[in-house]
Design a protein. Structure first.
Length: 214
């Protein structure tokens, strides 16, 4: 008796109908990819949502992950999070720069706080407070250099960003918003208030040593 001599497609592969005559007609199901001998499940961190025989598994994109085998779509990280390879677990997701863990999710850093975002070993850090007497001009700051002296305070112009600002002493003032030394009022001047003056209008001649404003 005659026989058609049909041959089986490799492991996990199939055809989409009768009359197929070539190995190229075999297809890997979605979630599987061809590895030269048979169709194998896409590993965690990758997906495949088509059935073309020789198309590979696609890695998840930034802000996505997949922790299971043989999947068609990646899962989304939480809001304000990004991910990096191998994208194979929820731990691949981490807070964006300028965001930190608060109330169980990554939220924009508040004023006077900053965060470089998550990193390996600390994927969802809390935002870090600015050094003493410093504030930020907006929420969502990502670097300590965004922390600037508050009004009435100054710091040496070459000071490291982590150095706190100090109150201006009498005879000096600062409007804030920069990491610069306090400005001098001028010869023989004092300030009122004596500490942490914020404006040149706080400067006055020192009447105690006989000076007056001409």
């Amino acid at each position: 008796m005659a026989s058609l001599g049909c041959q089986a497609c490799p492991g996990n592969a199939y055809t989409d109908g009768p009359g197929k005559t070539s190995l190229q007609d075999c297809q890997c199901p979605a979630g599987f990819a061809w590895n030269l001998t048979d169709c194998v499940a896409c590993p965690p961190g990758s997906v495949r949502n088509n059935v073309a025989m020789h198309s590979p598994c696609d890695p998840c994109l930034t802000s996505q992950y997949q922790d299971n085998h043989a999947q068609l779509e990646c899962k989304a990280c939480g809001a304000n999070e990004w991910s990096e390879a191998p994208f194979s677990s929820l731990d691949s997701c981490r807070c964006d720069a300028g965001f930190g863990l608060r109330d169980g999710q990554c939220l924009a850093c508040l004023y006077a706080h900053y965060s470089a975002g998550g990193s390996y070993g600390n994927i969802r850090p809390q935002c870090t407070p600015c050094p003493l007497h410093k504030n930020t001009s907006s929420t969502g700051s990502d670097l300590v250099s965004a922390c600037l002296c508050v009004p009435g305070h100054g710091t040496p112009s070459d000071a490291p960003a982590l150095l706190a600002c100090s109150p201006c002493t009498t005879g000096y003032y600062a409007g804030g918003g920069s990491n610069q030394p306090c400005y001098p009022c001028g010869f023989g001047s004092v300030s009122e208030p004596q500490d942490a003056a914020t404006h040149f209008d706080n400067c006055q001649c020192n009447y105690r040593i006989g000076l007056y404003e001409a």
